[in-house]
Design a protein. Structure first.
Length: 190
């Protein structure tokens, strides 16, 4: 009788542990999904701002077509990206293209003086800051979930339960790690 109680207790403890393990994996996946959603919200804000930004600069930068087309093309590619890894890579390229757009805008004093352009530039800077915060939060949630999925004993069952590691927002091109120098100061009065 005692042996049967010990076996029953071990089975109950194993079942409780399996339930806790599964629930932890589900919580981690949901937290990562929420974090990814937060990134998506910020990226959508940026995507919605881009047409206004392009409209503001088109009149001034008509012959800088390559820069404008690059930003527009990347925005479209992001909306049609087949998976998160591709989208994350394209988002990095869009950030770089927007930096180039602002660098080219330095050559247009009338554009820099435009209140609309300045407002859009400030809004974009705020959104980029929010994107960075959201990406860090997502990467933290993804790391925690990846730890859960890859550590023993969860790694023995996580794949069979449908849990996989999550991709990170990373910089693929080392040149993208360089901080762009963008200045809208024409040097007058400095």
């Amino acid at each position: 009788m005692t042996a049967l109680l010990v076996v029953a207790a071990v089975l109950v403890m194993a079942a409780v542990y399996c339930i806790a393990l599964y629930n932890g994996l589900v919580r981690g996946r949901n937290l990562a999904a929420e974090a990814k959603s937060g990134v998506d919200v910020q990226l959508k804000r940026r995507a919605d701002l881009i047409p206004n930004l392009l409209a503001a600069v088109k009149g001034y930068m008509g012959h800088e077509r390559g820069v404008l087309e690059a930003v527009t093309g990347l925005r479209t590619k992001i909306q049609n990206a087949p998976d998160d890894s591709s989208r994350f890579r394209l988002e990095g390229a869009l950030t770089q293209a927007l930096g180039q757009l602002f660098a080219v805008a330095e050559n247009y004093p009338q554009l820099r003086a435009s209140e609309n352009f300045t407002s859009l530039q400030q809004e974009l800077a705020n959104i980029e800051s929010e994107i960075q915060l959201a990406r860090r939060y997502y990467n933290g949630a993804a790391r925690a979930q990846n730890d859960r999925v890859q550590t023993f004993p969860a790694n023995l069952v996580s794949a069979s339960l449908g849990f996989a590691t999550l991709p990170y927002f990373e910089i693929d091109d080392p040149a993208d790690r360089a901080v762009p120098r963008i200045s809208f100061d024409d040097g007058a009065g400095a």
